[in-house]
Ligand binder design. Sequence first.
Ligand code: GLU
Length: 287
Amino acid sequence: MSIVTRFAPSPTGALHLGHAHAALLANTLARRAGGRFLLRLEDIDPGRCRPEYAAGIEEDLAWLGLRWDGPVRVQSRHFPDYAAALERLAGRGLLYPCFCTRADISREVAQAAHAPQASHARHAPDGVPLYPGTCRMLAPNERAARIAGGMRYAVRLDIARALAAVPEKLVFDEGGVLHPCDPARFGDVVLARKDAPASYHLCVTHDDAVQGVSLVTRGEDLRPATDLHRLLQTLMGWPAPRYIHHKLLTDASGRRLAKRDRAASLRDLRAQGLTAAEVRALAGFPD
Ligand code: GLU
């Protein structure tokens, strides 16, 4: 079976050397195997994504010498597809609407921390406070009344029910080694946001499935998310890709590169007169 990889940046800023490393890795693995390399723009966050960043990403990658197969998939053009996936999960009773604000959740979490049976983990691996389940307990008529009253809501996965609906033990394959998954660490994760009809976890697994991505390469910061992604894939009957979580590039002081570090942006390196070959080498892929 031919290998399909992808680079899936969010257009929330300029690409830096770390992105170049990720894109070059995905491209190299695909090309070496005679497979396909795809580009996907994960632009569902209306507050942070900008069209000019999206245009910049394509330009920077082309300058770097990368060519992707087929058209770029732009997530914000596929909201109906994500809604359909949510419907399937909702039909199995695995979702519920959550009306809480961030402040509500912080308050509840702080109160729960004082309770005698307080659990140790207060945050999901991505740093989001673990949801205490307030809206999971709402009576159906209360839910209906709030929705009819126009209250905005996010949609959460009932993680306990979701895990109960999955018969087998979840694992992910990295380099032929099967790693056990622990998606419960995410609690009742948000699958559709108040300000966007989908969430990263839903869209990324949906798109990897519909695009036939067979090898997901991404930074090791996303390794915990893979546990949750395997749960969603199993619930939805989507295939399990193989995974590679690569090291994140750091600056001279050992800090992980971020979009705010302008010095390492591909744009600035190019403006400083570096050639694409030099930048590829800096990103760990000498010609
Ligand atoms: N869009 C995500 C990011 O820019 C990457 C998603 C992924 O590779 O799974 O961090």
